[in-house]
Design a protein around this ligand. Structure first.
Ligand SMILES: [Zn+2]
Length: 75
């Protein structure tokens, strides 16, 4: 049986709440919310994002790094 997990973290999926399907890559401010101080992508339990959106987030962050608009870890 799957146990329904209690909400320990305050937010539900930010993107679901905002009804976003993708993140515009230029929106670094939003993407940065999903990154730690060391520019690492935060794990899902910290971002509160659902599985679907967490994938979108990490993909866009990686793409942003390639484009040079986001920083790599330790930069
Ligand atoms: Zn979501």
């Amino acid at each position: 049986m799957m146990q329904k997990q209690q909400r320990k973290y305050p937010t539900e999926c930010v993107m679901c709440a905002e009804k976003l399907h993708t993140i515009p890559m230029q929106d670094t401010e939003l993407l940065r919310k999903f990154m730690s101080g060391q520019n690492k992508i935060l794990p899902r339990r910290k971002t509160g994002a659902c599985a679907k959106h967490q994938r979108v987030i990490s993909r866009e962050i990686k793409r942003g790094r390639d484009m040079g608009i986001l920083r790599f870890r330790g930069q």
